[in-house]
Design a protein around this ligand. Structure first.
Ligand SMILES: [Zn+2]
Ligand SMILES: [Zn+2]
Length: 351
């Protein structure tokens, strides 16, 4: 029963859901929210206003996304746009209108689904068209298999709903290796893993954010608790590095393009990502509703920290829903404890 997929990985990203959640906007400044968020509220409000305008235009015009973006770009007030703005400000919402389509149909926006599937490893390359071809059907089938859905190859309700869930930006399939498949693959030696040298058992971590989201003390204590759980389940020890030193792992909040070639996508969709051994980056999307005690429209920072640390140690995604290394995240849910699958994964990787 173990093990599903921890399997290793080499590069990572992390993600978020496509369901629009306007309610959270009004609720956002609740007392539980970390104080520091308030200081970025004005900037966040302007971004939200811009996104609302984009959605409104999309509804009335029916034009292609490119045309909408051009229009919005032309109309935007100069103070709204920053260089850090994401290329896709609506998470995975674009998937919503693709429900019901299947092979041999041509649908405007299908190209975005191809990009989505490429991002997470299900397609090797993306053609520019909106055709539901054989390759796309195979990719959808693989996705359905990985997420325990009925393998139809079509964009049925359950598949689209699953695809829209917020998630980690690290691909499910890396260099042709399906990280979510059963551990039997490991026995056949299919796994190509990157890991810390066996002699490197003590890892240091530090913080460097380009966006202010949670207070420094909050981030430090969340990280400390998360590393402690992984420490208890592995041969690693973790320690916060002194200021100014060069830690093995660097953790921070960023938004949009932030210099590593994998820009964040604004609220929902991709929530975080990490690059494992021996680069050691953990990035949280600054545009999410982070919390340390989440309500139903907030994400538990410590739960996501647990998942991303798994990547930092070399683990890939698991197909086991109970595992910390399962790629999807939930709002309002706390999931901080390692599952048997996670513990087996880390032990096998470094055995
Ligand atoms: Zn992940
Ligand atoms: Zn990043």
């Amino acid at each position: 029963m173990m093990s599903a997929g921890w399997k290793m990985m080499s590069a990572a990203h992390v993600s978020r859901e496509g369901v629009r959640r306007t309610a959270r906007r009004t609720k956002g400044q609740s007392g539980r929210r970390v104080k520091a968020r308030v200081s970025v509220a004005t900037e966040a409000e302007t971004r939200r206003a811009k996104r609302r305008r984009v959605r409104a235009r999309e509804r009335v015009s029916g034009d292609g996304l490119g045309a909408i973006l051009v229009l919005v770009t032309l109309m935007k007030p100069p103070t709204v746009q920053s260089k850090d703005s994401s290329p896709n400000q609506q998470g995975f919402n674009f998937l919503h209108h693709l429900e019901g389509y299947h092979k041999e149909q041509t649908v405007r926006g299908l190209n975005q689904l191809k990009l989505y599937l490429q991002k997470f490893g299900y397609l090797n390359y993306v053609d520019e068209d909106d055709e539901f071809d054989d390759l796309l059907e195979s990719a959808v089938k693989m996705y359905q298999e990985n997420y325990h859905l009925k393998v139809t190859g079509s964009l049925d309700f359950e598949t689209v709903k699953e695809m829209m869930l917020p998630r980690c930006g690290v691909p499910d399939i890396i260099n042709g290796t399906n990280q979510l498949m059963s551990h039997t693959k490991m026995k056949h030696g299919h796994l190509v893993s990157q890991k810390w040298p066996l002699s490197k058992t003590h890892l240091t971590y530090g913080f460097n954010s380009s966006a202010l989201v949670v207070g420094e003390q909050v981030l430090r204590s969340v990280s400390s608790r998360a590393f402690k759980r992984w420490q208890d389940a592995s041969h690693f020890t973790f320690e916060e590095a002194p200021q100014g030193s060069n830690p093995d792992i660097m953790i921070g909040f960023h938004r949009g393009h932030h210099g590593d070639g994998t820009p964040f996508d604004g609220p929902t969709g991709i929530l975080a990502h990490a690059v494992g051994p021996t680069i050691g980056w953990l990035h949280y999307d600054a545009d999410e509703n982070w919390s340390t005690n989440p309500s139903m429209d907030e994400v538990d920072l410590e739960s996501v920290a647990m998942h991303e640390i798994g990547h930092l140690l070399g683990l890939g995604h698991s197909g086991d829903k109970d595992a910390i290394m399962y790629a999807k995240f939930s709002y309002g849910i706390i999931k901080r404890d390692l599952d048997h699958d996670d513990m087996e994964g880390i032990q096998v990787l470094y055995s």
